[in-house]
Each structure stands twice: as structure tokens, then as C-alpha cells.
Design a protein around this ligand. Structure first.
Ligand code: DHK
Length: 148
């Protein structure tokens, strides 16, 4: 059975590529998903790529991952810096968790420097744009291959 990875994206991620400051590059969210799907296929992973603007929906998906996913990649976007419910849900997940951000959050405003998600994350990838998302998939595949 191929491993399943849930890639969960938080508020406003659907607007990537449309921001006039270019903070998140020029590639659309749909295209980022497409390239992630292709890369997951090459790695032999089944990928569930989801986005929601709602904290509770993200919590439900993380709980769903306990039954239906082997690893989680999460960009909780703005909820990264505030959401104890997302942290608690992640802490209840037993597999690898990779926190991903398009931008280098430590180069930005200080309110983006403290992540609740990091407390539950196996590792963090930030600042590499959509390439970081594909690296996160590669990391998830390797972690799942080597875990007991
Ligand atoms: C995405 C967001 O939407 C912001 O709220 C975060 C993150 C950073 C990113 O870099 O992917 O602060």
C-alpha cells in the first residue's frame, strides 16, 4: 500500500500568486498543487492536498489524518502563530509532521517568528517557495520509508 500524506493549507493560501507584493511568488495555488501531485506520484505517495480558511476545518482534517494518513505536511498560514487547537490536534497525530512555509517567516515581521505548529513538527521548511513544498514531500517519503 502506498503511504498517504495529507498536505494541509491554511487561510489565504488559495491566493498565492495573486499577491501584488509577490511575497509568495507568481505561481498559482492550483499550479503548486499540480506540481506537488506530480512529485508525490514520482515518490509513490498518495497525496491529499487541501486548503481551508477555517481553523475548525483544519482541526477536523488533522483528526482525520490520525485514521487516514501516514504523514502530515502543514502550512497553517496565519493560524501558525495563534492556534492552540491546531497544535493540540497535531500533538495527537503519531506520524511525521512537516511544517512548511513559502516565505522565510524569520525574515518577516516579529509576530511571525513564533510558531505553535513547530512544537509538534518533526521538521520545518521555510523560505524556499513552492520548491519547499516538494522538498517537504521528499522528506515525508524518506521519513516514512525509514520509520519502524
Ligand atoms: C503563509 C501565510 O499566509 C502567512 O500568514 C504566514 C506563510 C507565512 C508562508 O510563508 O507560506 O505568515
Amino acid at each position: 500500500m502506498p503511504h498517504t500524506v495529507f498536505f494541509l493549507n491554511g487561510p489565504n493560501a488559495n491566493l498565492y500568486g495573486l499577491d501584488k507584493n509577490g511575497t509568495y511568488g507568481s505561481e498559482s495555488f492550483a499550479s503548486i498543487e499540480q506540481r506537488c501531485q506530480r512529485h508525490a506520484g514520482e515518490l509513490g505517495l498518495t497525496l491529499e492536498f487541501r486548503q481551508s480558511n477555517h481553523e475548525g476545518v483544519l482541526v477536523d482534517w488533522i483528526q482525520d489524518a490520525r485514521l487516514n494518513a501516514d504523514a502530515i505536511i502543514i502550512n497553517a498560514a496565519g493560524l501558525t502563530y495563534s492556534s492552540v487547537p491546531i497544535l493540540d490536534a497535531l500533538l495527537a497525530f503519531e506520524g511525521p509532521i512537516i511544517e512548511a512555509h513559502m516565505s522565510n517567516i524569520w525574515k518577516r515581521e516579529s509576530f511571525r517568528h513564533h510558531s505553535y505548529v513547530s512544537k509538534a513538527a518533526t521538521g520545518v521548511i521555510a523560505g524556499l517557495g513552492a520548491m519547499g513544498y516538494r522538498l517537504a514531500l521528499t522528506a515525508a517519503a524518506e521519513l516514512l520509508e525509514t520509520q519502524p
